[in-house]
Write a protein that binds this ligand. Structure first.
Ligand code: PRX
Length: 655
């Protein structure tokens, strides 16, 4: 789809100025202060970021080189510096904040645990020593497949402490997805748990891990298993060890391994427009810097804040705003293990009330889901401590924005709608709450030092307001991805090729309005956003086609009131199409199959069977047509090139 010059249809007029009481106390208090920072960045982009890096990171050896562009678009930042990310998150807080709470953990069953910075430091050191004792060294890959418990953070921080590269796999992914990621990363160790709890159900993590390891994953030498659910699980002698046992007799001191700025901190697999997820590789110093500056600028973090980002650590939001950002600025954060509706739809607001949350960050899909349950639910809770709200993951519709503003923020809290990606490491476009007036549905303005723009098919800046185009970043920034693990070519092709390596291409379409505010319109590629989670249509198609009865499949997104998009699959079977296009048993089987191949988030909501898929004469699947059919819209596309027009009736479920 060529998005350039699509006329924008959204015209949101409402403008919300920063509340004077908020601005007075904010780190950036006015548009004037923000513009001063933006000017510094515009005058000397590299110096701007070098100043931030010197001011915000505790270096073991300071860097002397700022940006190396000699192998662009492979950029290196602060190259000759040495640091340790875990030192920056823990040790440097010990002097003043040893007894400050770092993590307030709440389990779905209501169990609450508080961990201070001193305790977290000890636990991380112990686990880091355990990793070393199990043969993990700098540069080794460790896959983490765990529930949302403090040990997930401990495991990641321990890897960072010894220079091991972690790759977290979301606990909702299947054994097959776990296996694919372990094999791609060539991981030496897997850290998992007996099981996690979500939505009142046990997530069988160890069972899935065993399935993955039984089929392949030959690089895995050991598996560390945390006891969480308490259920009985098989342990394989010589391979599996309990977390409690490995930390038993080890020292609670562990000297950090000082690594180069560019040393990979982690890989995180994300979906793209091919069948195979890609391992996005982040750096140590640049990534850390991104999480710190955005905690300060966008979340306006203060020492007395209680910060809660609801994202699972299995996604990038949980990496940047659970594991790294809040700790690197010495904040207190909440981690919640379970679902927002257990025991009822008031759980989030109950947590906000009980733990006195001041900054709350969640996804539009959660807001829409909770909004549907009624205004009287949040009204039962004391939300007066909240001072700032945030959203991330997909465009927020103005209706949900207004509900959040009215019923959660009580018209007092600014809302920061943060645009970013797994690849960008941290927020790039977002309102700085003490300075930037907000418009419902817009992520507003790029942060200082972020050269975001909207360009046309030729790469020219689109200057006319409200004209859609490609969202690009025109200068490198410290927290950008470094490459795709093991696939340099894919890095170049996906993010750089379109505009001859000049601009980072985000894969989103966007437009700017008269005030220069950015509005994200959606993806330009075949990527879906289901409940804010990124899924490649090709990935789901390959999963479907792997089923013995499926010959061909095409997957598109269907607009969904709560999830944003739902998965809609068109399937051509080997052999005859079911009579009338209905075969409930097969549909059930295919849905379960996709769950098994990828995970429940990828399960198609609808499956339609056709004799053929609509293709152009040159053989391309007409995805736009399929999207219109899924959405139940009238077909406006030209269908004259269709080989067989009768197929349309089948695709619409009418034959
Ligand atoms: O399409 C954009 C959408 O989410 C994509 C990135 O997905 P992922 O890497 O999974 O990271 C999600 C969490 C950072 C983007 O390309 N997206 C993210 N934030 C927003 C958004 N779309 C609109 N508004 C946002 N605030």
């Amino acid at each position: 789809m060529a998005p350039a010059n699509i006329e924008s249809i959204l015209h949101e007029q409402r403008l919300f100025q920063p509340a004077p009481a908020f601005a007075a106390r904010a780190r950036i208090k006015s548009m004037r202060e923000l513009q001063a920072l933006q000017q510094q960045a515009a005058q000397d982009h590299e110096k701007f970021w070098a100043d931030r890096a010197r001011e915000q990171i505790s270096w073991h050896k300071p860097f002397t080189k700022i940006l190396d562009s000699s192998k662009a678009p492979h950029y290196r930042w602060f190259d000759d510096g040495l640091l340790n990310v875990s030192y920056n998150c823990l040790d440097r807080n010990l002097k003043d904040k040893a007894h400050k709470t770092a993590i307030i953990f709440e389990g779905e069953q209501g169990d609450v645990r508080r961990v201070t910075y001193a305790e977290l430091h000890r636990e991380v050191c112990r686990f880091a020593n355990a990793l070393k004792a199990n043969g993990i060294k700098k540069g080794d890959r460790v896959v983490i497949y765990m529930p949302m418990v403090p040990e997930m953070v401990i495991a990641m921080q321990a890897c960072a402490r010894i220079g091991a590269i972690h790759s977290v796999v979301f606990g909702g992914f299947s054994a097959q997805s776990l296996q694919d990621r372990i094999e791609d990363a060539g991981a030496k160790m897997l850290i998992t748990a007996d099981g996690g709890t979500r939505g009142g159900k046990i997530i069988e993590l160890k069972l899935a891990a065993d399935q993955a390891l039984a089929k392949g994953c030959s690089t895995i030498e050991s598996v560390i298993v945390l006891k969480r659910s308490g259920q009985t699980i098989p342990m394989q002698n010589g391979r599996d060890v309990w977390w409690d046992d490995v930390v038993k007799n080890v020292s609670d001191q562990c000297e950090p391994v000082w690594v180069e700025s560019e040393h990979p901190l982690f890989l995180l697999y994300t979906s793209g427009s091919t069948g195979k997820p890609k391992g996005v590789q982040h750096s140590s110093a640049g990534y850390l810097l991104g999480t710190i500056v955005t905690m300060q600028w966008v979340f306006d973090i203060h020492d007395d804040d209680i910060f809660w980002c609801t994202a699972d650590v299995g996604w990038v939001t949980g990496h940047s705003y659970v594991t790294y950002g809040p700790l690197a600025v010495g904040a207190t954060m909440v981690m919640y293990e379970g679902a927002p509706t257990i025991p009822d739809g008031g759980r989030f607001w109950d947590i906000c009330q009980r733990h006195k949350i001041t900054i709350f960050y969640t996804a539009p899909t959660a807001i829409r889901g909770l909004m549907k349950l009624g205004d009287d639910i949040p009204a039962k809770y004391d939300l007066s401590k909240l001072r700032l709200l945030g959203t991330v993951g997909e465009p927020i519709n103005p209706e949900a924005w207004m509900w959040y503003h009215t019923h959660i923020g009580h018209e007092r809290c600014p809302i920061t709608d943060t645009w970013w990606q797994t690849e960008t490491g941290a927020h790039l476009i977002a309102p700085i709450p003490g300075a930037v007036a907000t418009k419902p549905g817009s992520c507003t303005l790029p942060l200082p030092g972020i050269a975001a723009d909207v360009v046309d098919e030729e790469g020219n800046s689109i200057t006319a307001p409200n004209q859609g185009g490609y969202l690009v970043i025109k200068k490198p920034w410290p927290f950008m991805l470094r490459t795709i693990w093991g696939d340099e070519q894919r890095y170049l092709d996906t993010y750089w090729k379109k505009f001859n390596n000049k601009y980072y291409v985000a894969g989103d379409t966007a437009h700017k309005d008269e005030d220069g505010y950015f509005w994200i319109m959606g993806r330009a590629d075949d990527v879906l956003k289901v409940s804010g989670h990124r899924l490649g249509t090709m990935e789901i198609e390959s999963a479907l086609v792997a089923h013995p009865r499926v010959a061909e499949a095409a997957v598109v997104g269907k607009p969904d009131e709560v999830k944003g998009e739902a998965v809609f699959a068109y399937v051509v079977l080997r052999g005859a199409r079911p009579a009338g296009g209905v075969d409930e048993a097969l549909t059930k089987e295919l849905r379960a199959w996709v769950t098994e191949q990828i995970g429940p988030i990828a399960r198609p909501d609808d499956i339609r069977y056709a004799d053929n898929l609509p293709k152009t004469r040159s053989g391309k699947i007409m995805r736009r047509l399929l999207r219109s059919i899924a959405a139940g819209e009238a077909i406006t596309q030209d269908t004259s090139t269709l080989e067989n027009e009768a197929i349309l009736l089948q695709l619409r479920g009418k034959a």
